[in-house]
Design a protein around this ligand. Structure first.
Ligand SMILES: Cc1ncc(COP(=O)(O)O)c(C=O)c1O
Length: 413
């Protein structure tokens, strides 16, 4: 058993918060401005610069960001939104919150990516958007998705339940492509950053993510011909702050107490305390990504040696954000996978499963979805274990995880 006998406690994904983030939060607290304000605006500018987009809107979660992306595009009742069966509930729930009907698509065999032939088949004249999920921080084949929506252009009927949404849908003239990049801040493919690939993108800064603001998220989008980015940005501000014509900071100007409510909308803004964490996380982010790469290389080496399937995070043209390390143990059943998870936990190694496909969840079963119709998603899930991958892992911790994994998994292959 070797290394594995000296028990350590390895958590799955703790936040990496340094003294820099703590000091910036203290400064924000002392500054007298703790809700949305200068730090949030600065973080938005820096993130837009980082993602190579014109604007970013910081919000309180990726779920809110994705929901507002739909609302900006005027997607709602009577519309269909295509979502992979293999994802977290937020991807689908955000569309449902807007009143749209979700249509699930299975993944390709032995892949987390959607089956693009099935995606094409799922498009109807009610389809307004496809959400592509860059699982684990690996950017999917957007070229394929854009080919599909271009090929299906004549089926697309521009709609939109808002004036801005109508203009966006008409300007794009095809099914809209959304990226759920909850995992993928900092990932890139063919020289393009996550955020500048899909029409609209959401990011998550939840506590377990690579880049965190405790809770938090952001939206960004590519320039759309004929539509002013300031107009889009302003509409996000209205949606995220009660439809109030002035935010709290603007109301502090002399005599500027009066405001209007232009819609009975939502409350999902980011606070300056959250942004304070984000600003200092962003300073550290390139180094955090490099550390993730080192750990992934160590895990890859172990998996390749054992004959374990794993995601490929780095290729010639694609750089992952290295968010999750998914392993699939050949030949093991769901029951054996559960045993392995318990044995690893007994060694002190926390693992996880990303994901139990949505058609297996009660809420989606009640909507009529059945996992039998998504065999590839089920197969991918059944023998999957996600390893701890984060920047609080020391080299010794990584060696310990490798030793325990080898020891336990070797009993099953
Ligand atoms: C794929 C995916 N999408 C969306 C979300 C939602 O993120 P948030 O918690 O910031 O709303 C998550 C969160 O884990 C996720 O994994």
């Amino acid at each position: 058993m070797g290394e594995c006998s000296k028990k350590r406690s390895i958590s799955f994904s703790p936040p990496d918060i340094s003294d820099l983030e703590i000091a910036e939060v203290c400064e924000a607290l002392k500054s007298g401005w703790i809700t949305t304000g200068p730090r949030t605006k600065e973080l938005e500018k820096r993130l837009a610069n980082y993602c190579h987009t014109s604007k970013v809107v910081c919000l309180n979660s990726a779920t809110a960001a994705e929901e507002l992306n739909f609302r900006i595009c005027g997607i709602g009742e009577g519309d269909e939104v295509i979502v992979p069966a293999y994802t977290y509930t937020a991807t689908a729930a955000a569309a449902i919150h807007c009143g749209a009907k979700v249509v699930f698509v299975d993944c390709q065999k032995d892949s987390t990516e959607m089956d693009y032939d099935k995606l094409a088949e799922a498009i109807t004249n009610k389809t307004k958007a496809i959400v592509v999920v860059d699982i684990a921080g690996i950017i999917a084949s957007f070229e394929r998705v854009f080919n599909v929506v271009e090929a299906k252009k004549d089926v697309f009927i521009p709609g939109g339940n808002t004036e801005l949404g109508k203009r966006i849908q008409s300007a794009l003239g095809r099914v809209l492509v959304f990226a759920d990049d909850a995992h993928a801040l900092g990932a890139s493919k063919n020289g393009k950053m996550a955020g500048e690939i899909a029409d609209f993108t959401d990011f998550s800064f939840h506590a377990v993510k690579n880049f965190t603001t405790a809770e938090g998220g952001a939206s960004t989008w590519r320039d759309i011909p004929g539509i002013d980015n300031d107009e889009i940005y302003h509409q996000y501000q209205l949606y995220s702050l009660h439809g109030q014509s002035k935010d709290a900071l603007a109301k502090t100007q002399l005599g500027a107490w009066e405001y209007d409510i232009v819609g009975p909308w939502y409350k999902c803004n980011m606070t300056d305390i959250m942004a304070a964490i984000g600003l200092r996380q962003l300073d550290r982010y390139p180094k955090l990504l490099m550390r993730r790469k080192e750990i992934i290389e160590k895990y890859d080496e172990m998996c390749d040696e054992l004959g374990i399937k794993h995601l490929v995070h780095y290729t010639e043209n694609s750089v992952s954000s290295g968010h999750l390390y998914l392993t699939r143990i050949p030949g093991v059943t769901d029951e054996q996978r559960r045993e392995i998870i318990i044995k690893l936990a007994e060694c002190g190694v926390s693992t996880n499963v990303h994901y139990k496909p949505l058609p297996m969840m009660s809420a989606y079963k009640e909507m009529g979805w059945d996992i039998k119709d998504f065999p590839n998603a089920y197969d991918y899930y059944a023998n999957l274990i996600t390893l701890p991958l984060h920047t609080k892992l020391s080299d010794e911790d990584v060696e310990y995880v490798r030793a325990c994994y080898k020891d336990v998994v070797s009993q099953y292959i």
